[in-house]
Design a protein around this ligand. Structure first.
Ligand SMILES: Cc1cc2nc3c(=O)[nH]c(=O)nc-3n(C[C@H](O)[C@H](O)[C@H](O)COP(=O)(O)OP(=O)(O)OC[C@H]3O[C@@H](n4cnc5c(N)ncnc54)[C@H](O)[C@@H]3O)c2cc1C
Length: 203
């Protein structure tokens, strides 16, 4: 079975690895960006997700760049503790929760895809513009290059999976009346600074 994955983010790379683990290795990943770059902010990978990644043999690589999260705490702006709860292994899960930079998580997944499926299976600079299905059931896709002057590429596959993020081209084609994602009205501000550890779990 030939599978085309549209989007080389966390979902696309994880899917490529899961298909490979299930014995489906004829898989290509098409990514809009001209290169797979380690971008983003710190995120938390919850135990159920770490379980999947562990089964893909990635726990050691993730543990090398992530921190096992032990506790979740809310403070008032004056530093008074108002809520805390244990997380991950400290909460009794069999898999840790990991605090990790999104870019480094993607880097671990990307290197695993390159190593297991081969580097030529990842196609940066390929933006899916449209796709369809012919009478025999084969799926086709038309991909625009990162450089405007270059020609578009046509691909064929038995299965095309949209892993192209929140502004998904694939979803928009399948659900044209749905409209764009709705903002919930909340803006979150995040900040990071260097400082000496001051909580027991951080020491
Ligand atoms: C500030 C912030 C904090 C977050 N914190 C957490 C957290 O703590 N824990 C957690 O689990 N999640 C967190 N998330 C959510 C998490 O980042 C997303 O759920 C996850 O990245 C979604 O993965 P994805 O592969 O679906 O999409 P993405 O990671 O967005 O990847 C989509 C990829 O598809 C490519 N693409 C788009 N359109 C096309 C196209 N037409 N053709 C080809 N390629 C295309 C994009 O370039 C991109 O590389 C956070 C998100 C944000 C913004």
């Amino acid at each position: 079975m030939r599978v085309a994955i549209v989007g080389g983010g966390i979902g696309g790379m994880a899917l490529a690895l899961s298909l490979h683990a299930a014995g489906i290795a004829d898989v290509d990943v098409y990514e809009s960006a001209p290169a797979i770059r380690e971008l983003g902010v710190g995120i938390n990978v919850l135990p159920h997700a770490v379980r999947e990644l562990t089964e893909l043999g990635l726990l050691d690589a993730l543990s090398a760049v992530g921190i096992p999260t032990a506790e979740f705490i809310y403070f008032t702006r004056r530093g008074q503790r108002i809520w805390s709860e244990p997380l991950g292994l400290a909460a009794g899960y069999r898999w840790p929760q990991l605090s990790i930079h999104r870019g480094e998580l993607l880097g671990v997944l990307h290197r695993a895809v390159e190593g297991r499926l081969g580097p030529r299976r990842i196609h940066p600079g390929h933006h899916l513009v449209r796709f369809g299905q012919d009478g025999s059931g084969q799926v086709w896709g038309e991909l625009a290059p990162a450089a405007a002057a270059a020609a578009t590429t046509r691909i064929e596959a038995d299965l095309l999976v949209g892993c192209d993020g929140i502004h998904s081209t694939v979803r928009r084609a399948l659900y044209p009346d749905e409209g764009p994602p709705r903002w919930n009205g909340v803006t979150m501000w995040r900040g990071v600074t260097l400082g000496a550890p001051f909580l027991p779990a951080a020491r």
